[in-house]
Design a protein around this ligand. Sequence first.
Ligand code: RIB
Ligand code: CA
Length: 316
Amino acid sequence: MMRDGRKKLIIDTDCGSDDAMAIAMALNDPAYEILFFTVVSGNVEAAQAVQNTLLTIERAGTYEPPVYVGAEKMLLKELAFAWETHGTDGMGDLGLKPERLRPAEGNGVLRMLEALRNSEKGEIDLVTLGPLTNLALAIRLDPEAVKKAGRVTVMGGAGFGGGNVTAAAEFNIWQDAEAAKIVLEAELDRIMLVGWDACLGESMLMPEDIRRIERGSSLGKFAVEVNRILMGLNRERFGMDCLDMADPAAMAAALCPDCIKTCEKYWCEADVSPGPGYGNVLIDRYGFSGREPNAWICSQLWPDRYKDYIFRTLGV
Ligand code: RIB
Ligand code: CA
C-alpha cells in the first residue's frame, strides 16, 4: 500500500475509446495511484494509443502518470486494427490530440519489470485493457518478478458468451492469442479475466445512462464523444444508442470489487490453433480437464453498482 493508503496500480492499454473511459475512471478513483501506463498495439498502432492515453490523462485533469510505449507488434500474429469500432485514430475520429503531454522515455515492458522487481509481493496491481503482449513479454523476461504482482485484472475473453471479433473470440485475446497462452500458463495466483459478456445485458450502458454521463461533466462528455463510432455500430446492431463498455467493466471489477456479481475460478486456456477457434479462451466450466483452476472468470457485474461506479468516477 502507498504511505497515503492508496493502492499502487499499473495499467496496460491499447487505448481506444472504451479504454479512455476506463482510464478516466481510474484516474478519478482516490483509492488508487496509477504508477504509470504501458501501451500496446491493438485497437490502433501503439504510437497512436500512446497519444490517446496522453489525451485522456489531459482531459481527466487529475494527476499525470508517465506513459511508456511497449510492444508495437504482436508475438506472432499480424495486427488487425479495430478501426470500424473505435475509428482510425481509436478515439472516434474527432481529430483530438494531446496539447501538452509527451510519452516517457523507456520501454513499457522493461519499466513494468523494474517496478515489480522493486516492489513487495502484492504491492502493485495490474490491469490490462488490450492484447496481452506486454504482459507476456514481461513473463518471458522475468516470470518471478511478474509473480510479485498483486491482483492482475485482464479485460479478455468472451467469458461464457460469444465472441466480438469471431464467433469464438474476444478482440484482446484474438489479437495475440499466443500472448494470452503465455499469461494463462504463468501460474499467476491472482489473475481475473473479465469477459466481454460482463459488459452486456443489464450492464450495457443504455441511452439514459449515456445521457447522464454526457451531460454530467466535461470528462463524461469526452468519454461519450470518443465512443460515438461504437455507438453508431450499436445503433445498427441493437436499434438504439447503447455502449458495451468492456474496459470500463474490467476497470470496475478491478478497482471496485463490490461491483462483481459472478466470479468463479476455472481451468482456462487460450486456443492458438489455426482456424475458427483461434483466440478463444476455453473455460473448463465442469472440470473435464481435471486441471487445477488457473484463473478467476468474472462473468457478471451488479449493473447498478457498476454504473454508479462509472457515474461517481466520471463526476456525473
Ligand atoms: O473486446 C473488447 C476489447 O478490445 C476492449 O479492450 C477494446 O478496447 C479492445 O481493446
Ligand atoms: Ca482496450
